[in-house]
Design a protein around this ligand. Structure first.
Ligand code: PMP
Length: 361
């Protein structure tokens, strides 16, 4: 058979290895590898999803007006400046598709989220990785990394997989420092875990070239529903809507997300539980001689003495049914990213790491 070559750049994309990859075929596992909410979604989201099933023969809303209205109400944003996608992954892909092509550069940080590179390459653009400072986004390095070919600058704040974040003042400095032809994308996938943080919404409101992306996959516990959203200046929303498929979100996903975002008491409960068990887990690991940077998200980046130790701890945890994430692909071979689970999972994880240390040191 003749191999029909795809567009340049496509074969440079490494296949995404999801956190669920090694859970396949295993029973009785505690999955702490994809930064999911261990408490699940609001019960109201499940109810709304079930009710929506009755209308499955109908196409879903194409303008997502009801969900955008709910997001607008809860986050205090104008609904006409919101766009919804099949996960924030899709918003990231739309941005690259719409604004970057061959010869253009897409910047992101050294330990930035994998989809930035994938979407840049898929659009035919050139991904450019910029160094961080001790696993923290370095605004100066990003500004220096820009050229007249830079079209998009992605940062996640808090960042995955490091868990660190920079201040809103630093975000503003970044927005002001990048060239005018570039769009700054502030990925707030984990923003709800940070009390009182607007994820850069105020910067979007005051500038022409700043976009914020958010997700229902993390604190809202709806990773399986695939809903994300973006908040952007109107001209950018208009551009993105032109490449968005009209029915990119299912009716069940739309219903679930709307009920979830409106259940603010449940969101607050999840935020508090995460904060409690995140500190507990970080301290428990520190007592075992495993440091981590202060995490602002729902996971901890546990740093081991060597790549070999991280690898054998990962294997040991797997043998105990605890699935965490190796982040060697993010150039962090000596670290394991551990999602903050519920109380039982955090206790089980700490106990297993202790047993590993006792038997392997
Ligand atoms: N951004 C960051 C920083 C993430 O960690 C993730 C999920 N791992 C996403 C975006 C994409 O999330 P989703 O497509 O599920 O909304």
């Amino acid at each position: 058979m003749t191999h029909i070559a795809p567009q340049p750049g496509i074969m440079d994309i490494a296949l995404y290895e999801g956190g669920a990859a090694h859970v396949k075929g295993m029973s009785n596992v505690t999955k702490l590898s994809s930064n999911e909410n261990p408490l699940g979604p609001s019960p109201k989201a499940i109810e709304a999803m079930q009710a929506a099933v009755a209308q499955m023969h109908r196409y879903p809303s194409s303008d997502h007006a009801s969900l955008r209205g709910a997001i607008g109400d809860v986050y205090g944003l104008p609904a006409e400046q919101i766009i919804c996608g099949a996960g924030s992954d899709e918003i990231i892909a739309f941005l690259c598709q719409a604004y970057a092509g061959p010869g253009d550069e897409v910047l992101f940080t050294e330990h930035g989220f994998a989809m930035y590179r994938i979407s840049a390459l898929a659009a035919g653009a050139t991904p450019v990785e910029v160094r961080e400072r001790e696993r923290v986004t370095d605004v100066d390095a990003l500004i220096e990394g820009c050229t007249d070919r830079t079209r998009l600058v992605f940062i996640a704040n808090p960042n995955n997989p490091t868990g660190t974040m920079i201040s809103t003042a630093e975000l503003a400095r970044l927005a002001d420092g990048i060239p005018k032809q570039a769009i700054l994308v502030l990925d707030g996938a984990y923003a709800e875990y940070v009390e009182g943080y607007d994820a850069g919404a105020s910067l979007v409101a005051s500038r022409d070239n700043v976009v914020m992306t958010r997700t229902f996959s993390k604190i809202y516990g709806l990773g399986g529903a695939r809903v994300g959203w973006g908040y952007a200046p109107k001209p950018i929303i208009d551009v993105l809507n032109r490449i968005r498929g009209p029915f990119n979100l299912s009716s069940t996903a739309l219903a679930a997300a709307e009920a979830a975002v409106r259940d603010t008491a449940y969101t607050e409960h999840c935020r508090k539980e995460n904060a409690t068990w995140r500190s507990w887990l970080a301290e428990a690991l520190a007592e075992l001689g495993i440091p981590s940077d202060t995490s602002c998200a729902n996971f901890i980046l546990a740093r081991f003495a060597s790549a070999q130790e991280a690898e054998s701890c990962d294997a040991y945890l797997q043998s105990r049914g605890l699935i965490v994430r190796r982040v060697a692909g993010y150039k962090l071979p000596a670290a394991l990213r551990m999602t903050v689970g519920d109380e039982a999972s955090c206790r089980a994880l700490a106990a297993a790491v202790k047993d590993f240390k006792d038997t392997h040191s």
